[in-house]
Design a protein around this ligand. Structure first.
Ligand code: ZN
Ligand code: ZN
Length: 345
């Protein structure tokens, strides 16, 4: 068993893993419809639909077919385990009840898993980087398509088409295309709104490849934009650079957040930067560490994190610029190749 898990929870004899990202990390097999008993003899309980796929993925656990939770109960009893770690955020209430009724002592082990995947191996970084290359290429080739008269939904369709045609297995999360005043909503959903001359368009998107995600945001101008809009853009760009410059192993994540935030405050835009600076990216789009005001996380070598300050002015416009970085001993390597300067289409 992985030492980090046993060290943190010495009384736990086996872990019931129900988060697909952790299942993939521990077994090499990405499966939503299964449960894993992670012990000295790991077992993955799934149904017959996945037996061939699990073999093809060279799953590092014995595969057992059947009812997931009953399979876990049977295997845990067979192995003589009485205390099991669980993931409360991912285990259903029904499975929790069944495990309790079967007589196991259950211990919540969330902490172990949030930190487990935070520092990436070189192989993982290569996978994230490959997903980002698809994302960068899609951005380069969507620019010709964005023009007055097309809708946000049409841009999303084209952008996702491009990512798939460049080899993506999927999209990393719901693509955001937000124009004009819609840009003021950080998590805007692409609508039938027609893009107009003089607007900003914010694209937040990522490709998923080999079970790893990428994440980037660019805000582009359609034709000429007002001086005020340009000023906002360059303020966000400067905040982005300051946040990125702060990245280095050993640095507190809250410090990186404050570097970007303080700059926006100094130019009177602090109140409009309504979310945190960034987040880890890997098998899941949002993972550890968190770059926020209140984060207690400290950057370590191998973390892959986003830096994505934004300014959102309700009813007017929004700007966000997001790149992904790998943390190193001396600083950070930018995985995002696309231009950060203001692009006028
Ligand atoms: Zn994003
Ligand atoms: Zn992000």
């Amino acid at each position: 068993m992985i030492k980090e898990l046993t060290n943190q929870f010495p009384s736990v004899q086996g872990f019931v893993i129900s988060n697909p990202a952790d299942i993939f990390y521990l077994t090499g097999f990405y499966c939503v419809d299964c449960l894993v008993l992670y012990s000295e003899d790991p077992v993955l309980v799934t149904d017959s639909r996945y037996t061939v796929a699990s073999k093809e993925a060279s799953c590092r656990a014995e595969i057992v077919s059947g009812d997931y939770v009953q399979g876990i109960i049977d295997q845990a009893k067979k192995q003589g385990l009485t205390t099991l770690g669980i993931q409360e955020d991912y285990l259903t209430a029904a499975d929790y009840v069944k495990l309790t009724e079967a007589g196991f002592t259950l211990i919540e082990t969330k902490g172990a898993f949030t930190s487990l995947r935070a520092a990436k191996t070189d192989e993982e970084i290569e996978k994230i980087s490959a997903a980002q290359k698809i994302t960068d290429k899609a951005f380069e080739n969507i620019l010709d398509f964005i023009r007055p008269g097309v809708t946000e939904k049409e841009v999303r369709a084209r952008l996702e088409y491009l990512m798939f045609s460049y080899g993506a297995d999927g999209i990393a999360f719901e693509t955001i295309v937000a124009s004009g005043a819609n840009g003021a909503k950080p998590h805007a959903v692409p609508s039938d709104k027609v893009i107009k001359e003089g607007e900003f368009v914010t694209l937040d998107f990522g490709a998923r490849l080999n079970n790893y995600d990428s994440d980037m945001t660019r805000t582009v101008a359609v034709g000429e934009v007002s001086r005020e809009m340009e000023k906002i853009y360059f303020a966000v760009l400067e905040a982005h650079k300051r946040g990125a410059q702060a990245l280095k192993a050993g640095v507190e994540c809250s410090y990186a957040d404050s570097c970007a935030r303080k700059y926006l405050e100094s130019v009177g835009l602090g109140d409009f930067f309504s979310h945190s600076l960034g987040h880890g990216v890997g098998i899941e789009i949002h993972e550890s560490p968190r770059l926020s005001k209140v984060s207690k996380d400290i950057l370590t070598v191998g973390n892959v994190v986003t830096v994505e300050p934004g300014v959102y002015l309700e009813g007017f416009c929004g700007v966000r610029i997001e790149n992904m970085f790998v943390i190193t001993r001396d600083g950070a390597v930018d995985l995002t190749a696309s231009d950060k300067n203001l692009i006028k289409l």
